[in-house]
Design a protein. Sequence first.
Length: 68
Amino acid sequence: MELRLKEYIEHILRKEHIADEMHVKEPRTEEEKLHAADLLKLVLSYPDVEGAVAAGEERSCGERHAAP
């Protein structure tokens, strides 16, 4: 009976290991995740380019890069 119990425990452990391997793994470090979140916030803070073009607010290249 002990042998069957040991085999059952090993079977359960193998199933758990396989289930863990099936999960999506995040390859980025915590620092990379924070940097990506900061970049996303920055990009989302920009005005909608399509909306600006539709409203006629597009500036020429010279105006866009002119010093204030």
